[in-house]
Design a protein around this ligand. Structure first.
Ligand code: SF4
Ligand code: SF4
Length: 305
């Protein structure tokens, strides 16, 4: 049983996804926390990078009815009766969201308590035990909200729920140390072996990330290393060799899993008025198999979901 102090800890999330099958063992509920210190060129979750809230506007859902313009001066209709959004006037009050008849508008991000999250994930709970699943805390970077993350993993564990945390690895090690007793599996991203390239692709060095991975491994954590491989960026032999070396040097890793790229991010960024990232070609199943064969030839321990 959880005490109220824990259940009342509040943080900011941008999504809860139900019935997930790629975010750790079994069927899982994935809770996405807001805020991330990296800027990966291929980021799949641009709405998770900033801690701020965003107004999302979908042009494909908008019927240009003008109802939002009556609710807030950030919206208007132009001479051709087309909807116009002036983000500089948006104060994120959400009045427009309430009146939009087609759900073309939404606020991305909300503050929630640990207790509310436990209540929301209840609907997937029946799937956890038969599938060996549970809850996964992801982001953004969940370690950017250390008190909230600690309260979440503690509370889920106290409810007997299997807990996974997906992390970029970029946080003070003390955060990982504090959550370690309550986490069944870490999904630890490893994006690039070459330090200069890591900076180029993510905006930060990989030094602290690698040091944290090694320390976490030596602390006895159960860790699956997840490697987003983006054609033309990090699909280089040097990086595949680096992944293989890691799985050899850290014998208790569950293994390394290659993650493919998908193109959903650009449309999400556009809806939120954020700068739109470059797009890359998602790998074919054949190309993914080639990458895995290459990893194997370098002696990597591969994990395939
Ligand atoms: S209320 Fe919704 S559908 Fe109507 S103009 Fe505004 S955004 Fe478009
Ligand atoms: S670590 Fe994840 S959320 Fe953060 S920028 Fe990279 S891909 Fe996006």
């Amino acid at each position: 049983m959880n005490d109220n102090t824990l259940l009342e800890v509040t943080g900011r999330i941008f999504n809860i996804q139900f019935f997930c099958v790629h975010d750790g063992p079994g069927i899982r509920t994935t809770v996405f926390l807001k805020g991330c210190p990296l800027r990966c060129l291929w980021c799949h979750n641009p709405e998770g990078i900033s801690r701020d809230l965003h107004l999302s506007y979908s042009a494909t859902k908008c019927i240009h009815c003008g109802t939002c313009a009556a609710a807030c001066s950030a919206h208007s209709l132009d001479a051709e009766h087309r909807h116009v959004l002036d983000r500089s006037r948006c104060t994120l009050r959400g009045e427009c969201v309430k009146v939009c008849p087609t759900e073309a508008l939404s606020i991305v991000g909300r503050n929630v308590t640990v207790g509310e999250i436990l209540g929301e994930i209840e609907r997937d709970r029946k799937f956890y035990e038969p599938s060996g699943g549970g809850v996964t805390f992801s982001g953004g970077e969940p370690a950017m909200q250390p008190e909230f993350l600690l309260a979440l993993v503690k509370a889920a564990k106290a409810e007997g729920i299997n807990v996974a945390v997906e992390t970029s690895g970029l946080a003070p090690f003390s955060v990982y140390e504090s959550i370690l007793p309550y986490v069944n599996t870490f999904l630890f991203d490893y994006k690039e072996t070459n330090e200069a390239r890591h900076r180029e692709f993510t905006g930060v060095s990989n030094e602290l990330i690698l040091a944290n991975l090694r320390k976490l491994h030596d602390s006895g954590a159960s860790i699956l290393v997840r490697c987003p491989v983006i054609p033309g960026l990090n699909d280089r032999d040097e990086h595949f060799e680096g992944i293989a070396r890691l799985t050899r040097e850290l014998p208790n890793l569950i293994g390394a899993e290659i993650l493919g790229y998908h193109k959903l991010a650009a449309s999400k960024s556009g809806r939120m008025g954020l700068s739109v990232q470059d797009e890359y070609e998602p790998p074919s199943p054949e190309l993914k198999a080639e990458w895995n064969a290459k990893l194997e030839s370098y002696g990597a321990r591969i994990y395939e979901a």
